[in-house]
Design a protein around this ligand. Structure first.
Ligand SMILES: Cc1cc2nc3c(=O)[nH]c(=O)nc-3n(C[C@H](O)[C@H](O)[C@H](O)COP(=O)(O)OP(=O)(O)OC[C@H]3O[C@@H](n4cnc5c(N)ncnc54)[C@H](O)[C@@H]3O)c2cc1C
Length: 467
């Protein structure tokens, strides 16, 4: 088999040059692959028009972790970047727990992390508390952040690198009918004055990243379809200083039918308060009852506390049916990237924003060329390949262990196992599947089956009692 490069081949997308004066066509080399000297096949390399007189222009809707990290990557990669965020001082309702690897991968300064949690208490329906965290190395921790701090840090960093940050509410977009024509975004721009009505504006861009969270308008604009969601509720509780000492570097997770039929309740420490919350998919109407139960379970430790903020928000349960259409891609919660079981989404939002932006930078050759759906699709392919197993494992864990109180007791019992703790923490902190030790894996499997059999037997007994 022989191959050779053909230069100056123009014509595949000639029409796009005629339709849009902003682009000039310039071919990349084509490869002719000769499989048989008598019959040869022409294989076209990527061929997209150059953007003339400016760089590729991309808008990101939403300035949470997904939007902020996408903006930074795009602007550093030579793309003309706009980030539209409706509320620059937004306090996203969130537990704010982030894995250690996020601190390194996103170069986060330590002063934006309120607490470094090294101890976690997992508390069963019958209030059996298991301490986890003994396997952590001295430098390892779970970071606790306030979202208003993290989000504005990431956005400001993108701005310092040259992104244009607009304080505006995205309303809708006009989808172009012609290849390479711009998307027209409609938004209300605020001038920063509280209560101001804002001014209606439009912006023309070549591509759009939807990072506007669970209620994404970008998703609606591309008919991305719906997803099942959990409702999560949280109260920020300012507790007396002596009580705060207990939560210095410790977080709590409560499981049980009382706190949630399908999730967990949490007490996470922040700078000068704790965040107490819970969530549910199946019984959304009872969320306040579950929140009360979570507070009750922690009551001795938060006694004398004052609720300083009440917040609630949907959490997606699975990816949307469609995450990409033309030159529009969804990332973070807008795409539906929260893991089951742990309800974790901050890292995955930031990571997907960055991955999508990298695909655009690469496809546009640092902002010099137009991108197409194929370029953006590379982000989806990479994402699914990297994280699909993580989502699947956590989905199964939730189904097995969060389905009844006896199963939850078994789950907490299992958490006492040092091997389980090591595997869980390593996977959480570093977001990689850790190869196990075959003998320990076998012991764990036997113990888990034993715990589940006991849990099932116990459940049958409890069912009989309640008949
Ligand atoms: C109560 C609760 C607790 C949680 N706890 C944790 C936790 O401890 N750890 C964890 O990892 N995950 C947690 N999550 C999940 C996590 O909050 C999300 O996965 C994460 O915020 C997703 O980031 P994002 O950037 O995709 O979206 P978001 O953080 O939702 O950001 C979207 C941004 O878009 C803006 N926006 C929306 N619409 C528009 C519009 N039309 N125009 C302009 N701007 C717009 C919003 O103002 C917002 O700033 C929790 C979620 C909830 C609800």
């Amino acid at each position: 088999m022989t191959s050779m490069a053909l230069k100056s081949f123009v014509g595949l997308r000639q029409s796009s040059q005629e339709k849009n004066p902003h682009f000039t066509i310039q071919a990349k080399p084509l490869t002719v692959t000769v499989q048989n000297p008598r019959r040869f096949r022409v294989v076209a390399g990527k061929f997209s028009p150059k953007v003339a007189g400016r760089n590729l222009r991309v808008a990101i809707i939403g300035g949470g972790p997904a939007g902020g990290s996408a903006a930074e990557t795009l602007v550093k990669g030579g793309v003309e970047t706009y980030l539209i965020e409706r509320k620059l001082d937004n306090c996203k309702p969130c537990g704010g727990a982030i894995p250690l690897c996020m601190v390194g991968e996103f170069d986060l300064p330590l002063d934006i992390i309120d607490r470094r949690v090294t101890k976690m208490k997992m508390i069963s329906p019958s209030n059996v508390a298991v301490d986890i965290g003994q396997t952590l190395k001295p430098h390892e921790y779970i970071g606790m952040v306030r979202r208003e701090v993290l989000d504005s840090y990431l956005r400001d960093r993108a701005k310092e690198n040259g992104a244009t940050v607009i304080n505006g509410l995205f309303l809708k977009m006009d989808i172009p009918k012609e290849e390479n024509a711009p998307y027209v975004l409609h938004f209300t721009e605020y001038d920063g004055k509280v209560g101001g009505v804002g001014q209606k504006k439009t912006l023309e861009v070549d591509a759009v990243i939807g990072a506007d969270g669970a209620n994404s308008r970008v998703a609606k604009s591309i008919n991305a379809g719906d997803y099942e969601y959990a409702i999560a509720f949280q109260e920020r509780v300012k507790i007396p200083d002596d009580k705060m000492v207990y939560y210095e570097n410790l977080a709590e997770m409560y499981v049980g039918d009382d706190v949630s039929p399908d999730f967990y309740g949490w007490v996470f420490p922040k700078c000068d308060h704790v965040a107490v919350g819970t969530g549910t998919v199946t019984h959304k109407g009872d969320i306040k009852k579950f929140q009360l139960a979570t507070r009750n379970r922690a009551k001795d430790k938060i006694l004398g506390g004052k609720i300083i903020r009440v917040e609630a928000h949907p959490i997606p349960e699975h990816p949307r049916p469609r995450r990409l259409s033309g030159r529009v891609a969804l990332v973070g919660d807008a795409a539906g990237y929260v893991t089951k079981c742990s309800g974790e989404g901050i890292y995955f939002a930031a990571k997907s924003g960055r991955m999508c932006a990298e695909a655009i930078v690469e496809g546009s050759e640092n902002g010099k060329r137009m991108v197409d759906e194929g370029d953006l699709r590379k982000y989806l392919e990479k994402w699914d390949k990297t994280y699909w197993p993580t989502y699947k494992v956590l989905d199964v864990l939730q189904k097995v262990f969060y389905r009844s109180n006896p199963a939850r007791e078994a789950f907490v019992e299992m958490c006492a196992n040092e091997y389980v703790q090591k595997m869980t923490f390593d996977s959480y902190l570093y977001k990689r599947v850790v190869p196990g030790n075959p003998l320990d894996d076998l012991k764990l499997a036997v113990n888990t089956i034993g715990s589940l059999i006991r849990a099932n037997a116990l459940r049958r007994e409890m069912d009989k009692l309640s008949v």
